[in-house]
Design a binder for this molecule. Structure first.
Ligand code: MG
Length: 248
């Protein structure tokens, strides 16, 4: 094993690629709640008697993916196929894009009302990474990445951002494909072997593994450490501060 320095990373790492929701900000819970309300409303009216959307459904089928992929993959798990519709479909349309619109409305309303909470351990880690001279990227499926980073107050610690808007513009496939993480490394001038991926989603850890990144840190916020490891995380922590303390 390569030597691990004070950041808890192999010495070869020059670039840190952070997922946003659930890794740097507490917004994964906001997304989970918005998805649950959206899918439960849909299931009640279109598939009465079906089991409600659960945390396990979120972890397996939705978390980390582009919004429309999450809709399609969860519905497919219940044997439901909907017509795609068009991007920006109204929130009451029974289409993939309509359901995606409804979910986004709920997220934006929640963020507008309660703001963005950060994980203090993650902000401390971001500062340590910058002080050590490493470059940073946020790599997120969220189309609201820029607003969330700004509201969270750590924009000055992030060198580049690959979010849902950038991915759509550049035709990058979402997680579990490695494309968005590879784009982040490329923007910072390194190959995957010199970059580390920080992820709380099973799909995101799988993307880190698929891209042959130098190191993959799984961040367990919901008690699924074993599944993160099974997807290919090199180490699993509950908080990034564990890496600074050398406890990981
Ligand atoms: Mg996440």
């Amino acid at each position: 094993m390569p030597v691990r320095g004070p950041l808890g990373l192999p010495a070869s790492v020059r670039v840190c690629l952070f997922d946003l929701d659930g890794v740097l900000t507490r917004t994964a819970t906001v997304h989970m709640a918005a998805w649950k309300r959206t899918f439960d409303e849909f299931l009640r009216s279109h598939e009465p008697g079906t089991a409600e959307f659960s945390q396990l459904d979120y972890n397996r089928f939705v978390d980390g993916k582009p919004r429309a992929d999450g809709v399609r993959d969860f519905l497919a798990s219940r044997g439901i196929t909907l017509s795609e519709g068009a991007s920006g479909d109204p929130a009451d349309a029974a289409t993939v894009q309509g359901i995606a619109s409804r979910k986004n409305e709920l997220v934006l309303a929640e963020l507008a009302e309660h703001g963005v909470e950060v994980y203090p351990g993650s902000v401390a880690y971001l500062k340590a990474v910058k002080e050590a001279g490493l470059a940073t990227a946020v790599v997120t499926a969220s189309a609201n990445g820029e607003q969330v980073i700004t509201a969270a107050g750590f924009a000055d610690l992030i060198d580049v951002r690959v979010d849902g808007v950038v991915a759509a513009r550049d035709g990058l496939r979402g997680k579990p494909a490695p494309d968005t993480f590879l784009a982040g490394a490329r923007l910072l001038g390194v190959g995957p072997a010199e970059a580390v991926v920080f992820e709380d989603a099973l799909s995101g850890v799988a993307a880190g593994r698929a891209g042959n990144f130098g190191f993959v840190v799984g961040v367990d916020r919901v008690g699924h450490a074993e599944e993160l490891a099974a997807q290919g995380a090199d180490v699993v922590v509950q908080d990034l501060s564990e890496l600074l303390e050398g406890r990981a």
